[in-house]
Ligand binder design. Structure first.
Ligand SMILES: NC(=O)c1ccc[n+]([C@@H]2O[C@H](COP(=O)([O-])OP(=O)(O)OC[C@H]3O[C@@H](n4cnc5c(N)ncnc54)[C@H](OP(=O)(O)O)[C@@H]3O)[C@@H](O)[C@H]2O)c1
Length: 289
């Protein structure tokens, strides 16, 4: 029997990959933003209570960092208040609950990959709102909430608001012969398809509810990532690494590599970021031929 699943944010990068990969095993309902605005936390919770699914997945978010800074109330409404409401409703009906969070809950001062047990001290409104959502989910539904932190997603359904880093840089390359990219922010770009696979695996692995880090393996800065994208796509645009010395508005954490050892201990791990990127760029290039 299929697992009755309600996905919020089903049209996004991760939501799309989850719907594609789980369609044989999950009976999915995924309301569009027009049908349900996550700023309406009560409406989102009412839908959980009405449908009574076995699993609720929140892949929706306001993750435009500058918009979160300019409209903190909206960031909190979508990234925290709604998460709290649907986690509580999931607990009431006995459904497992998954919500996705971010490497931006950290301040970036670490020099080794962050573990789930490391102190989260976000330094901008986006990270603060996501951390509030994490804590609300775990507090409301300790018996059934999975909080998954990830990083730098790219997938087959780039965000309508901001595309994704890979698609945007390839668009830049069509009009520029050189491009300056920051070399002072290090993280792990992650395939939304790989994250979807790992999320499904985690849920079937017997791992207990709680906080998990899930990204592709390895790390790089954005200039190195761009150079790899261009090489894989056969693009000749030159990448000029620029050390911006943290001069980003809003402020961004310098180092947000996540230690994914907890999920790995349950048999769930993702391949190196270069391998995932090669598959993604290969598919993009063959689609445009
Ligand atoms: N993207 C990254 O680089 C990144 C990095 C770290 C963590 N994350 C986290 O990973 C998760 C998934 O990210 P993603 O890249 O898949 O995001 P995405 O592609 O931007 O998708 C976000 C989804 O949320 C929906 N949504 C946004 N605001 C909404 C609202 N007010 N009401 C209802 N739906 C709304 C979007 O609907 P529309 O299709 O209508 O826009 C879309 O379905 C998020 O929790 C994000 O914080 C992302």
């Amino acid at each position: 029997m299929k697992l009755r699943t309600l996905i919020f944010g089903g049209s996004g990068q991760l939501g799309t990959e989850l719907r594609l990969q789980a369609e044989d095993s999950w009976e999915i309902t995924a309301p569009s933003r027009t049908a349900l605005d996550m700023a309406d936390a009560a409406g989102a919770a009412a839908l959980v209570r009405e449908l009574r699914p076995n699993l609720v997945v929140n892949a929706s978010a306001l993750h435009l960092v500058d918009v979160c800074e300019a409209d903190f109330a909206r960031a909190l409404a979508i990234n925290a208040v709604a998460v709290s409401a649907i986690a509580k409703a999931s607990a009431e009906i006995g459904a497992r609950f998954v919500t996705v969070s971010t490497d931006y809950v950290f301040d970036g001062k670490s020099r080794r990959p962050y573990r789930e047990t490391d102190l989260a001290e976000p330094i901008q409104c986006y990270g603060i709102s996501k951390l509030a959502g994490e804590r609300a989910a775990l507090a409301a539904h300790p018996e059934g909430a999975f909080v998954i932190r990830t990083c730098g997603l790219y997938g087959s359904a780039p965000s309508r608001q901001k595309g994704n880093f890979v698609v945007n840089r390839l668009a830049d390359a069509r009009r520029l012969d050189r491009i300056e990219v920051g070399s002072d922010l290090t993280c792990t770009p992650t395939s939304a398809a790989d994250l979807a696979t790992a999320t499904i695996q985690l849920l079937t692995s017997g791992a207990p509810p709680g906080l998990y880090h899930l990204t592709n393996a390895g790390s790089c800065d954005w200039a190195r990532f761009t150079a790899e994208i261009f090489q894989l796509a056969g693009v000749s645009t030159r990448v000029v690494p620029v050390d911006r010395r943290g001069a980003y508005a809003p402020v961004r954490p310098a180092y947000t590599v996540l230690d994914c050892g907890t999920a790995a201990a349950h048999g769930v791990s993702l391949r190196p970021w270069q391998d995932a990127l090669a598959e993604y760029v290969g598919a993009l290039v063959s689609r445009t031929r």
